[in-house]
Design a protein around this ligand. Structure first.
Ligand SMILES: NC(=O)c1ccc[n+]([C@@H]2O[C@H](COP(=O)([O-])OP(=O)(O)OC[C@H]3O[C@@H](n4cnc5c(N)ncnc54)[C@H](O)[C@@H]3O)[C@@H](O)[C@H]2O)c1
Length: 448
C-alpha cells in the first residue's frame, strides 16, 4: 500500500479505537436501530439516517417504535451523542456508514433493490476519501460490486473512486450481513460472529476494527460476494429444512404420528441433526424472501436452484393446508368455514415479536375471509392492522375473553403470554399450528 493510504487507514483505526470515529447508520428499522444502540453503548457518536420523518422525530424525542427497544435505551444512546436525521449531507461528517435498508421482492418475486440504490444515490454526493461504507442489507452475490460501487463512483462530484487494490486512494466498501434473530434471547447480539468481505483489504481491516468494537468475533472473507452468499446460504438452509419438516408433518399426520415428538426424539442425537419445526408457513423479512434473491441471480448463469423452488412450493402451501385442516375439523362439528366465527391467535410471524411482515397469519385471515368466515384476531403486539404491501385487513385487536363464542380458535403464533390451558378449556375447538398446546390432554384440539 502507498504510505498515504496506510496512514489514512491507520488514522481511522485509531479514531475507532479512541471512539472519536463517527458512525452513520442508514435505515433505522429492526436491524439499523439495534445496531446504532450497540455502537452508542460502546461510546461511539452515532447518527441514524432514515427517510421516514416520523421515525426520525420519535427517536429525537427519545422514543421508540420497536416494542423490544425501550425508550430508556434511546435516551441512554442520546447521552452518547445519538441522534437521527433525514439530511444526507450529514454523511460527509461520518467516518463509517452502514446501510441497513429493506431488500424486498417485487410483485414478480424478483429482487427489489430500489431502497439500496436510492440510499446509495442519496449518499454518494457526500462520501469522502478514507471513509468506510458497509452494506448490511441481505441481497444476491454481486450487489455490492456490481450495483453499489458503480453508483457510488457515478454519484460523487469529486470523481472519488472505490478502493479496489493496495495503494489506491478513495472510499473503502464492504458487505457484512446482518444475522439478528429477533426474539431470540439465548444469544447476545455481541456474541454473534460478524462476517465481512471488502472490495479491498483496507475495507476489511477497517470493518474488522469497527465491528470488532461491538462484536466478540469478526470473520473476514475474501470478497463482498462471499459475504453476500454466506447470508443466503444460512437463510436457504433454514428455508429448505423448514420445508422438509413441513412436508414430513403432513405425512406424519396421515400416519397418526406426532411429528413434534419425532423431532424432540431426533434432536437428542448429539451430532449431525439440527431441529427445525413445522408451522403454518414462512414469515418475516428474511426466510420467505432471501432465497429468491439467489434463484433470480442464478438465472443469469443458466442455473435452476431446485431446492429453493421446491422448498418455496412446500412452504407457500402451508397456510392452505391449515385451512383444509380447519375445514375438516369444523366438518366434524357439522359446521363449515362459511359462516363460522373464527379467532386467529397471533399476527406476528413468530413468537414474542412485533413484526408481521410476510406473516402466515395474514394469509390465513385472508383465506378464511375468502371462504366466508367471520374472522377476528388477538395479538398483544398489534392494536390494529391495516394495509401492508401484500394485505389489506383493516381489523382491530379482539380481547381474549368469552372464547366460547367462536366456532374455532386458530393458534397461528405461539406468543408466550398466552394461557394455552385456559384457551383450550374455554374454546369449542382449537386448531394448533405451533404445538403450543403440547401436553394438554383435555379439550377439542386439532394439531396441524
Ligand atoms: N429484521 C431482521 O430480523 C433481519 C435480519 C437479518 C437481515 N435483515 C435484512 O436487513 C435489511 C433491513 O431490514 P429491517 O428489518 O431493518 O428493515 P426495516 O423495514 O425494519 O427498516 C428499514 C428502514 O430503512 C428506512 N429506509 C428505506 N429507504 C431508505 C433510504 N433511502 N434512506 C434512509 N432510510 C431508508 C425505512 O424507513 C426503515 O426505517 C434487509 O435487507 C433485511 O433483509 C433483517
Amino acid at each position: 500500500m502507498s504510505s498515504t493510504s496506510v496512514n489514512t487507514i491507520e488514522a481511522l483505526k485509531h479514531r475507532i479505537e479512541t471512539r472519536e470515529a463517527r458512525v452513520g447508520i442508514v435505515g433505522m428499522g429492526y436491524v439499523g436501530l439495534p445496531l446504532a444502540l450497540l455502537f452508542s453503548g460502546e461510546r461511539f457518536r452515532v447518527t441514524g439516517f432514515d427517510i421516514a420523518a416520523d421515525k426520525v422525530s420519535t427517536l429525537n424525542r427519545g422514543g421508540s417504535y420497536i416494542v423490544r427497544i425501550l425508550p430508556e435505551s434511546i435516551e441512554e444512546a442520546q447521552k452518547a451523542g445519538f441522534r437521527a436525521t433525514s439530511d444526507y449531507s450529514e454523511i460527509a461528517a461520518m467516518d463509517a456508514v452502514i446501510i441497513c435498508v429493506p431488500t424486498p421482492l417485487n410483485e414478480y418475486h424478483e429482487p427489489d433493490l430500489s431502497y439500496v440504490t436510492g440510499t446509495v444515490e442519496s449518499l454518494a454526493p457526500y462520501i469522502h476519501d478514507g471513509q468506510l461504507i458497509v452494506l448490511e442489507s441481505t441481497t444476491y452475490p454481486g450487489t455490492t460490486e456490481e450495483v453499489m460501487v458503480p453508483l457510488l463512483e457515478k454519484g460523487n462530484a469529486n470523481s472519488l473512486k472505490v478502493v479496489r487494490a493496495e495503494g489506491e486512494r478513495g472510499v473503502h466498501v464492504a458487505f457484512s450481513p446482518e444475522r439478528e434473530d429477533p426474539g431470540n434471547d439465548t444469544v447476545a447480539r455481541h456474541d454473534i460472529p460478524k462476517v465481512i468481505g471488502g472490495c479491498d483489504a483496507g475495507a476489511v481491516e477497517l470493518g474488522s476494527a469497527l465491528y470488532g468494537s461491538i462484536f466478540r468475533r469478526v470473520v473476514p472473507v475474501s470478497s463482498p460476494a462471499v459475504a453476500e452468499m454466506t447470508k443466503l446460504l444460512e437463510n436457504i438452509y433454514r428455508c429448505v429444512n423448514i420445508a422438509l419438516v413441513n412436508e414430513l408433518k403432513q405425512l406424519c399426520m396421515r400416519m397418526g404420528i406426532d411429528m413434534h415428538e419425532v423431532i424432540d426424539a431426533a434432536k437428542t442425537k448429539p451430532f449431525g441433526f439440527q431441529a427445525f419445526y413445522p408451522g403454518p408457513g414462512l414469515g418475516g423479512h428474511c426466510i420467505p424472501i432471501d432465497p429468491f434473491y439467489l434463484s433470480w441471480k442464478a438465472r443469469e448463469y443458466d442455473f435452476r436452484t431446485r431446492f429453493i423452488e421446491l422448498a418455496g412450493e412446500v412452504n407457500v402451501n402451508m397456510p392452505y393446508f391449515v385451512i383444509e385442516q380447519t375445514a375438516a375439523a369444523l366438518n366434524e362439528h357439522r359446521k363449515s368455514i362459511k359462516g363460522s366465527k373464527i379467532l386467529v391467535l397471533g399476527l406476528a410471524y413468530k413468537r414474542d415479536i412485533d413484526d408481521l411482515r410476510e406473516s402466515p397469519s395474514l394469509t390465513l385471515i385472508e383465506l378464511l375471509r375468502e371462504k366466508g368466515a367471520d374472522v377476528y384476531y388477538n395479538d398483544p403486539y398489534f392494536a390494529k392492522v391495516g394495509r401492508g404491501r401484500h394485505y389489506d385487513l383493516n381489523m382491530t385487536n379482539t380481547p381474549l375473553d368469552n372464547l366460547r363464542q367462536y366456532d374455532a380458535v386458530l393458534i397461528a403464533t405461539d406468543h408466550s403470554t398466552y394461557d394455552y390451558q385456559g384457551i383450550v378449556a374455554q374454546a369449542q375447538l382449537v386448531i394448533d399450528t405451533r404445538n403450543a398446546t403440547k401436553g394438554i390432554r383435555s379439550g377439542n384440539i386439532v394439531r396441524c
